[in-house]
Design a binder for this molecule. Structure first.
Ligand SMILES: [Zn+2]
Length: 303
């Protein structure tokens, strides 16, 4: 009791008038605030900042969906920790990592989010399909240009490896870094898994980007819709860019510890670059071999 009194006295004597900046409160780690500093408005803002319950709920659901999707694909449940670790994989480009992180936390404002915002309810709908929009709808169901074609491109590219395409869902996209590919004897093939991770994440990210360009950039104007060739080209360019970055990252001189071993580069790309075998010597240092992974399109078939 005595100690409590001492502590209380010490606390009172150390109180100095201070103004707490409530504008910058971010998340649950709000600093303590003096009651005399609190106005109704600032208290409300602080309260809103602390209210991250719906977002957390969304995160829990998405991590659960990811674990379930991976259990289906791999036959083993990954831990929650595995899911978070995979999101930090340096095999993914930074924008893709950020996109997957936002996806996991349900950050993108789509669908239901807008139903509660007066005068913006119309934004909850996918205009071409006339249904409530959701991340699942955008990534896997939408009839607007993009989604179907990009997944087809992704599957076509992967089919060069001769391996089956997994069941891709929102959970599989978030957890694409955890998919295990095995050979006939059950041995894991990390190079193939790395390629699949790149293909799935780049495809999902591009679908999301094209959806945002259509809805936010072009106001759903059908006149501005991308052609099929343009969409395919966007996917191919994204993958081609990843290949180029990978080949550059093999330079130990430039990237030191961050450099990737040529063994990993070869294990990732040779199956799709040279599906019939016979990869040329040191192909990664020969830019003329990497102009395009895809044969040129026949003329006159632009759409
Ligand atoms: Zn749609």
């Amino acid at each position: 009791m005595k100690r409590t009194e001492q502590l209380a006295k010490a606390a009172i004597s150390s109180l100095r008038p201070s103004r707490t900046d409530l504008e910058n409160i971010d998340g649950p780690d709000a600093p303590g605030i003096r009651l005399t500093d609190v106005t109704q408005g600032s208290a409300y803002r602080a309260f809103l900042a602390l209210q991250n319950v719906p977002e957390r709920q969304g995160t829990i659901i998405n991590v659960g969906r990811t674990r379930a999707a991976l259990a289906e694909i791999n036959g083993v449940w990954p831990s929650t920790r595995d899911v978070w670790d995979a999101l930090r994989s340096l095999d993914l480009s930074r924008p893709v990592r950020e996109f997957l992180w936002r996806l996991t936390h349900n950050v993108p404002k789509v669908g239901k989010y807008w139903l509660n915002i007066s005068n913006y309810e119309h934004r909850s709908e996918c205009q071409p399909c006339e249904v409530l929009e959701s991340m699942d709808h955008i990534l896997f169901e939408c009839d607007a240009e993009g989604q179907g074609l990009i997944w087809q491109e992704a599957k076509d590219l992967w089919s060069r490896t001769g391996r089956p395409w997994p069941e891709v869902s929102l959970g599989a996209v978030i957890g694409c870094g955890l998919i295990v590919i095995r050979d006939e004897r059950g041995k894991a093939i990390p190079g193939a898994a790395r390629l699949l991770k790149i293909i799935i994440s780049e495809a999902a990210f591009l679908i999301w980007k094209i959806r945002c360009e259509r809805v936010i950039g072009n106001g759903n104007d059908p006149e501005k819709a991308l052609s099929e060739v343009e969409i395919s080209n966007r996917f191919r360019a994204a993958i081609q860019k990843r290949l180029k970055i990978d080949t550059m990252l093999t330079s130990k001189r430039k990237f030191k510890q961050r450099a990737i071993p040529t063994k990993i580069l070869r294990a990732t790309w040779e199956d799709v670059l040279f599906p019939n075998g016979g990869a040329p010597e040191r192909w990664w240092s020969r830019p003329e071999l990497l102009v395009s992974m895809w044969p040129p399109r026949p003329r006159g078939r632009e759409r």
